[in-house]
Write a protein that binds this ligand. Structure first.
Ligand SMILES: Nc1nc2c(ncn2[C@@H]2O[C@H](COP(=O)(O)OP(=O)(O)OP(=O)(O)O)[C@@H](O)[C@H]2O)c(=O)[nH]1
Ligand SMILES: [Mg+2]
Length: 464
């Protein structure tokens, strides 16, 4: 798939966020990128872009068809194949405002460029073999990374940290297939392979896949963030807890029950993991229309969350409403946060556990900050299963798509092992091994279907 494609049109897009900035960039890629911009630019000394050196910066003005100036610019020229897409790429550095950027974009569109689709630059880089699919996915993960850890993982993936081991395993399987097929094609000269030799390769690759799969759940959380809902009765200190976690006064706190009505969302870095924390309306039966909607949202959020922080006021005895709320939390990944410890504790841990067993309890004071560190540790331990080494060069699977492909490869290898053990003909074993090799190829994009590729790049931003 990769490497065979060649585009005959030239695409253009604004590559920087829309808004005010020091500079903004209009980017073009394709066979006519240089000649097309050349028609739109005038330089003080009459220099032409066509004769500009590769990887050079060129000063000038972009002008409209009447010769009127649109913006003062610096244009970089990167000739094929030494560019992001491996095509001719031109980047026009404009003043960073909507009007100059749109003016310049419209001018190059008028001269024959086509507006790029989301992710189309990176898609071309993939189709020309400069990046494989997992590396292209790493590009968007770098842009969207929410913590240093997530960013480091994406960088490693961009450098081939995932593709290399996958390709290695694929080579092992393809080598095995060749050997099995030689035996099938030349039964007299070569003959069947030793089943034991086949099993060794299967076991080896299966072992590596299992190791990678063990990192997938944590990896996904690192990439996507951990959906965390703070829930509890009104006035127990949910908004105060959010403010503590984000270390600023984000949500309004008052002593009036029912203060928070809408959902307030913040991304918080806890122990290097991105938590998308949502503060919700206090859950109680209410006749207030606005508050009622807030309460419904809180309950919906709780249902879908990766982690629930259930807050109770520890200075007051449990009431029926607390009990029914705790019961709703049952079965979810949760931490019971017993707040207001500075005002004393009315109930024992055992009492809470009677209603909500097996959930870790942390006593804090959102007012003084006491207990917050312990809470943060508990939160991380609740969602991050097992030890994964994120400091070394170890590999972490961060995307569900990769996890799925690895699981399918593992299942095919398992089927191959069973076929082998049953003593069935080796061409049947070969079918499953080929299936496993294909599943592995989906990660790098070597064997992936077009729809999957479309879907991946559609998730990108315009101009990337
Ligand atoms: N003494 C003490 N007061 C607290 C503590 N945490 C919160 N409060 C107070 O409790 C009141 C309610 O706090 P909020 O954070 O607004 O409570 P909430 O759960 O968000 O309330 P709603 O939005 O109405 O559901 C405020 O007056 C806070 O100052 C605590 O740890 N100790
Ligand atoms: Mg609140």
């Amino acid at each position: 798939m990769a490497g065979e494609f060649w585009s005959d049109d030239t695409i253009a897009a604004i590559a920087t966020p829309l808004g005010e900035g020091g500079i903004g960039i209009v980017r073009l890629s394709g066979p006519d990128a240089i000649s097309l911009v050349d028609q739109a630019i005038v330089s003080p000394k009459g220099r032409r872009l066509a004769s500009a050196r590769d990887w050079s910066l060129n000063y000038g003005w972009i002008v409209d068809k009447h010769g009127d100036k649109i913006d003062e610019v610096i244009v970089s020229v990167m000739r094929a194949p030494h560019s992001y897409t491996r095509e001719h790429v031109v980047e026009i550095n404009c003043h960073g405002g909507l009007i100059p950027l749109q003016g310049v974009l419209e001018r190059v569109l008028e001269l024959g460029a086509r507006l790029a689709e989301p992710g189309e630059f990176t898609k071309r880089a993939f189709l020309h073999g400069r990046l494989d699919l997992s590396q292209a996915e790493a590009v968007i993960d770098i842009i969207r990374s929410k913590t240093d850890r997530g960013h480091r993982l994406a960088m490693r993936q961009l450098e081939g940290g995932l593709s290399e081991p996958i390709r290695g395993m694929r080579r092992e399987l393809v080598g095995l297939l060749a050997a099995i097929e030689a035996g099938i094609d030349f039964p007299d000269e070569v003959g069947d392979m030793e089943p034991e030799a086949i099993r060794q390769v299967i076991d080896d690759v299966s072992g590596k896949i299992a190791k990678m799969l063990a990192t997938a759940d944590t990896g996904r959380l690192l990439r996507e963030g951990i959906d965390t809902a703070i829930i509890g009765k009104p006035n127990v200190g949910k908004s105060s807890l959010l403010n503590r976690l984000v270390r600023q006064n984000r949500a309004i706190v008052t002593d009036v029950p029912g203060t928070t009505r809408d959902v307030i969302e913040e991304i918080v870095n806890i122990g290097g993991f991105p938590f998308v924390v949502r503060d919700t309306a206090g859950i109680r039966r209410t006749e207030d229309v606005v508050e009622k909607i807030g309460v419904e949202r809180a309950i919906t959020l709780m249902e879908g969350a990766d982690l629930v922080l259930c807050v109770v006021d520890g200075s007051l005895p449990l009431e029926d409403e607390d009990v029914s709320l705790l019961q709703q939390v049952q079965g979810k990944t949760a931490v019971l946060v017993v707040n207001k410890m500075d005002l004393g504790s009315a109930e024992s841990d055992e009492r809470y556990w009677e209603i909500l067993p097996e959930v870790p309890i942390v006593r804090i004071s959102a007012e003084t900050g006491e207990g917050l560190e312990e809470l943060e540790e508990t939160i991380v331990n609740q969602v991050v299963q097992g030890e994964i080494d994120l400091t070394g060069d170890s590999l972490v699977v961060t995307r569900t798509r990769h996890k799925q492909a690895l699981k399918e490869a593992a299942a095919s290898l398992e089927a191959a092992r069973r076929t082998l053990e049953m003593g069935l003909p080796q061409d049947l074993v070969a079918v499953d091994i080929r299936g496993a090799a294909e599943s592995l190829g989906e990660v790098t994009g070597d064997t992936v279907r077009d729809e999957v590729i479309e879907r991946i790049f559609a998730d990108f931003c315009i101009g990337k």
